[in-house]
Write a protein of this length. Structure first.
Ligand code: G3P
Length: 496
C-alpha cells in the first residue's frame, strides 16, 4: 500500500530524475493508494530514441516470431490476472468481478475466456495473415499501358505508436493498441491514465517477461498536464491512439480536436465518448429492454463510453418500462469494489460533483426522480430520471456515472431527431421486434454502431468500433487497428 512504482523504459524499471512522484487516489477511500514516477520531458526524449532504434530491428524480425512473442505475452497476462485486477479495484474502483472481466471477459453469457489475453492472441493470428499478404498489380489494366510494369505492394509499419488509454479500461484499451502496433512491426510508447497507471505497469511487466526487445515497449507515467502535449507533439511519434473517458482528458482540458491539431501529419485514432441512446418502440420486449438498460446503463457505475446514456421510449410503454427498470435497479448492490458491489464510487470527487450538477439541473427543471438521490463521498446511488426534456443538460451531456435519463417520445422521428442533434455518435440501440423498422432506424442514426435489441458494447474485440462526429476518428477492432498502424509500400519492377 502507498507503494512507489517505477516507470518502464529501455527494458528496465526506472526512477525518474525529477525526484517527483504522482499520487494515485483510491476512489473509495479517497486516500493515496499508490505513487508513480513523474517523468520528465528529457525522459520522454530518451524513450523515443530507444523506441526508434528498437523498432528498426523489430520491423526486420520475422512476422511469425513477432506473433510468437505476442502469444507468449498473452499467456503471461492470463496468468497474472489477479494482481492486475487488484490494482483496478484500488485505482479505479472497478468491482472485483469486472476488474477480472477486463482481463477475463465474463459477459452476460459467461464467456470464460481471458479478454485482454485473447485479444493479443487473436491479434497475433490476424496479423500473420493480414501482414503476410501483399498485392501484385499489372500495368496493362490501366489505359495506355503495356504489361511492362509489375507493382508489388505490402504493408509496412509506421514507426513509433503512442498509446493513451482511458482510466476506465487502463489494461484492455492499452492492450488493444499494443498488440496491433507490435504485430505490425511498430514500437509502442504507453502513457497510461494516472488512475490505472499501476495496473498498466503490471500489464507491461507481462510483456517484459515475455522477452520483447529492449526499448520496443515503454511505459511513461506522469502528469498529462506536464508531458501530455510534449508527447503528442513529439517529432518521434508516428501514430497516436487516444481514448478519453467521459469529460476527462489526457492533458487536463484538451479535446480530441485540440490533440489532432497539435499532432501534425500522422495517423490518429481517437475514441472520445458518447451519448449512446436506446430507442424503445411499442412492440419491444420490455423485459429484455429492462435487463439491457440496467446492465448497459449502470455497470461499472455508468463509466463506459458505451454505457446507455439516454433512453428514448414511446410514451405508451414508458410507465411499464420504468416500473420494470426500477424493480431491477432495486436489486443493484451499492458499496465498495472489494465487496463486488454493482455500483461503486466514481473515479474522483470532481467527477461526482459533475454528475451531481447534471442531476440537480434536471431536478430544477422538473425531471421525475425514480429513486432518491443519494451520495456519500464519490459513491452515487443509481438513479433513473424520468420525464427528462431537451432543455435539461442531462439530455445531452455524458454523466459518466450511475444516472440515466429517460425521454418519452411520441414518434420514431422524434427519437431519430434527438440522436442526430447530439454532438456525439458512438453507438446506439433500437429495441423492436420489427426487423424492418430496426434497420430503417439504424440506418437513419448518425452513429458508429447501432445495436439491434441489445445495449451498446464495444466487444467482441474484433468487431469494428468507431465514433462519428465528436465521438472520435478512425476505427478500432483488431483488423482495423492492424491496418491503421501500417502504410503501403510499393516496389515497381519495370521491364524494358
Ligand atoms: O469506455 C470504453 C469503451 O471502449 C467501452 O468498452 O467493452 O465496455 O463496451 P465496453
Amino acid at each position: 500500500e502507498n507503494q512507489v512504482f517505477k516507470y518502464y523504459a529501455e527494458g528496465e524499471w526506472k526512477k525518474s530524475a525529477s525526484g517527483k512522484t504522482v499520487s494515485i487516489v483510491n476512489p473509495t477511500t479517497r486516500k493515496t493508494q499508490y505513487n508513480v514516477q513523474a517523468c520528465t520531458q528529457e525522459e520522454v526524449n530518451k524513450v523515443m530514441e530507444a523506441a526508434k532504434a528498437a523498432q528498426r530491428q523489430w520491423a526486420r524480425t520475422p512476422l511469425w516470431k513477432r506473433a510468437e512473442l505476442l502469444h507468449k505475452a498473452a499467456e503471461i497476462l492470463k496468468e497474472n490476472k489477479d494482481p492486475i485486477a487488484e490494482c483496478l479495484v484500488k485505482e479505479i474502483a472497478k468491482p472485483a468481478k469486472d476488474a477480472v472481466t477486463e482481463i477475463i471477459y465474463v459477459g452476460a453469457v459467461d464467456f470464460k475466456v481471458v479478454r485482454s489475453g485473447d485479444l493479443l492472441s487473436y491479434t497475433a493470428e490476424e496479423g500473420v495473415r493480414i501482414l503476410g499478404e501483399g498485392k501484385l498489380l499489372l500495368s496493362d489494366s490501366f489505359p495506355g499501358n503495356e504489361r511492362n510494369k509489375y507493382c508489388l505492394s505490402s504493408k509496412i509499419p509506421l514507426g513509433i505508436v503512442l498509446a493513451i488509454p482511458p482510466f476506465n479500461y487502463p489494461v484492455n484499451l492499452a492492450v488493444s493498441k499494443i498488440g496491433p502496433a507490435l504485430i505490425a512491426g511498430n514500437s509502442l510508447v504507453l502513457k497510461p491514465p494516472t488512475q490505472g497507471s499501476v495496473a498498466a505497469l503490471h500489464m507491461v511487466h507481462c510483456f517484459h517477461l515475455a522477452g520483447f526487445p529492449k526499448g520496443l515497449i515503454s511505459c511513461i507515467t506522469g502528469k498529462g498536464s506536464e508531458i501530455g502535449d510534449f508527447m503528442t507533439m513529439h517529432p518521434g511519434v508516428n501514430c497516436i491512439r487516444y481514448c478519453a473517458a467521459g469529460h476527462y482528458s489526457f492533458t487536463g482540458g484538451d479535446t480530441g480536436i485540440a490533440i489532432s491539431k497539435k499532432a501534425g501529419m500522422i495517423p490518429l485514432q481517437m475514441e472520445l465518448g458518447g451519448k449512446d441512446a436506446c430507442i424503445v418502440l411499442e412492440d419491444a420486449d420490455l423485459d429484455l429492454v429492462a435487463t439491457n438498460i440496467v446492465q448497459g446503463g449502470y455497470s461499472y457505475s455508468g463509466q463506459r463510453c458505451t454505457a446507455v446514456k439516454v433512453v428514448l421510449i414511446m410514451e405508451s410503454v414508458a410507465d411499464e418500462f420504468v416500473e420494470k427498470v426500477n424493480a431491477k435497479m432495486a436489486k443493484l448492490s451499492v458499496g465498495t469494489p472489494e465487496e463486488n458491489c454493482d455500483i461503486t464510487p466514481v473515479i474522483s470527487e470532481s467527477s461526482a460533483n459533475f454528475i451531481e450538477g447534471l442531476v440537480m439541473d434536471a431536478k430544477e427543471k422538473g425531471a421525475t426522480f425514480c429513486q432518491e438521490y443519494k451520495r456519500e463521498g464519490n459513491l452515487i446511488w443509481p438513479l433513473l430520471l424520468d420525464h427528462v426534456r431537451a432543455n435539461m443538460r442531462i439530455a445531452w451531456e455524458e454523466p459518466f456515472g450511475p444516472v440515466l435519463p429517460v425521454i418519452r417520445i411520441r414518434s420514431v422521428k422524434e427519437a431519430i431527431h434527438h440522436c442526430n442533434a447530439s454532438n456525439f455518435g458512438l453507438q446506439g440501440s433500437v429495441f423492436t421486434k420489427d426487423i424492418n423498422k430496426a434497420i430503417t432506424i439504424g440506418d437513419a442514426i448518425e452513429s458508429g454502431t447501432i445495436q439491434i435489441n441489445s445495449a451498446p458494447a464495444r466487444g467482441p474485440d474484433h468487431f469494428p468500433f468507431q465514433g462519428l462526429k465528436d465521438s472520435g476518428i478512425g476505427s478500432q477492432g483488431i483488423v482495423n487497428s492492424i491496418n491503421m498502424m501500417t502504410k503501403i509500400k510499393s516496389l515497381v519492377i519495370n521491364l524494358p
